[in-house]
Design a binder for this molecule. Sequence first.
Ligand code: FPP
Length: 268
Amino acid sequence: MIDLRKLAEAGSIEETLLERIDLARLPRHIAVIMDGNGRWAKSRNLPRVEGHRSGIASVREIVETSARLELGVITLYAFSVENWKRPRYEVATLMMLLKEYLRKELATLMSNNIRFVPIGRIDGLDPSVQRELRYAEAETSKNTGLLFQIALNYGGRAEIIDTVNRIMQLLREKEMGDAVIDEDFFSNHLYTASVEDPDLLIRTSGELRVSNFLLWQIAYAEIHVTKTLWPDFRKRHLFEAIIDFQSRDRRFGGVDESDKEMFVENQA
Ligand code: FPP
């Protein structure tokens, strides 16, 4: 049962927004491109890494709110395969913040029954980061609530290539070189195997790009772009994104029920 009192204070903007949400039609999986940390810092004459540091508070609030809304999955894009091109100090700070986050937040993840899973080329991260990730993953593995996926050293194209190679290896081992694979089989060998595709993709800071994020999985996701920069993104912005999502007409390539009836009537 969703506890509304834990989601919004009486009389707050959040409560007004929450009242507009149909709790029976929540997205099951929300994916987020957390963008704008650098601009947030620049506008305050701060070093870029301060934007990342402030972004952690947004991560904390959005993950906790997603658990309270009883969503199935939240996937956050924290570090892409392209992000290695950033200055060494920025990369090192991001990794340090990640380790700090995991150490500090593990207790909260546990108390909120959240299962934590990193996705991406995890083997390419520093061994100290891998250790923290594996520890948090193992500790939370029996939790049954929200699945919190964090994309690290992640690229959508890299994931597709890794999946192709994994499937080829599998088929070689089983001596099934002439097997024909289908979409379900392919999906079940992605990093996100067995996780439902995102219904809603949120991008902060106003850019209209998907930036190599979950390229296969977002095929039918609704996209919500907000100008809000990630360090300013709070519960109320998540509620606005969900309201926007619920206003969309999702047809998955088909037609509306009402249009179907019209077609039958026209045929008759
Ligand atoms: C994009 O902003 C953001 C990132 C590359 C990193 C996101 C990381 C965090 C929010 C903190 C670490 C996460 C966890 C879970 C501990 P940008 O730097 O590209 O911003 P800009 O486009 O304004 O320069």
